[in-house]
Design a protein around this ligand. Structure first.
Ligand SMILES: [Zn+2]
Length: 243
């Protein structure tokens, strides 16, 4: 197939610059490009899309009918749109539907030593949808987490001494992070005389009544009994927000 055969029907002028920018980003790294048939396969957070230079299965194309970021990225990958782009498979998004239940994820987390669980809590805190990869020094605790396949660990290259780490697709990251924050976190509360602050384990305070707390109860870390309550001076909403 020659470049002429795959030339897109749209011209660069009709393309929204914002779409070009997102098409160039690492998070648009394709799952696969079939150069022979000029087809690209992309993973989005809400689905998988097959794109050609004429059409795409994503909502943006269906709605606007114009070239979407997937079609633009495909054109760049095929060399018919002369733009630079970044690729990194670690940035391919994880579809929400692929994640397992919190309970099954915690089964794996609980196989780890406390040290590894605390490291996992810190790593999950650092990574987000916009920056799904963080750099971590290779330690025994990290290796332990890697054995349970909770994190994807890419060894350092060249002079870099830290590994690049992202969360495995099956792991419900947000909920696991909350679970570990509540299990190991400390809360700052006003001291009894009301004049100072003190730190207490989050497990000694009242936690939100939700799936994450129920998991802590089921595993014997938390009991819904009389607790060091959220003291009047600290609003319960503020308390709960960062847990
Ligand atoms: Zn698309």
């Amino acid at each position: 197939m020659t470049t002429d055969d795959v030339s897109p029907k749209w011209s660069e002028r009709e393309i929204d610059p914002c779409r070009i920018l997102s098409a160039q980003s690492k998070s648009l790294t394709p799952v696969k490009i079939d150069k022979e048939s000029a087809v690209g396969y992309f993973q989005g957070r809400r689905g998988r899309y097959k794109a050609t230079l004429e059409s795409c299965q994503c909502g943006d194309f269906l709605y606007t009918g114009g070239p979407c970021k997937h079609m633009l990225r495909l054109a760049m990958e095929l060399g018919v749109l002369d733009k630079t782009f970044e690729s990194d498979v670690a940035y391919i998004p994880t579809p929400k539907s692929d994640a397992c239940s919190l309970s099954s994820a915690v089964d794996y987390v609980e196989k780890l030593s406390d040290e590894a669980q605390i490291l996992l809590k810190e790593i999950l805190f650092k990574i987000s949808e916009n920056s799904p990869v963080c750099k971590v020094r290779k330690t025994e605790a990290l290796e332990e987490i890697e054995t349970q396949k909770i994190l994807k660990v890419i060894p350092p290259e060249g002079r870099e001494r830290r590994c690049r780490v992202s969360c495995a697709g099956w792991c419900p990251k947000g909920k696991v992070q909350k679970y570990l924050s509540r299990k190991f976190g400390m809360r700052e509360i006003l001291s009894e005389d009301g004049n100072g602050h003190e730190f207490v384990s989050a497990l000694d305070t009242r936690l939100p009544d939700d799936e994450v707390t129920r998991e802590l109860i089921d595993r014997g870390y938390y009991a819904m009994t009389e607790r060091l309550d959220v003291r009047k001076e600290i609003k319960p909403e503020d308390w709960i927000k960062d847990l």
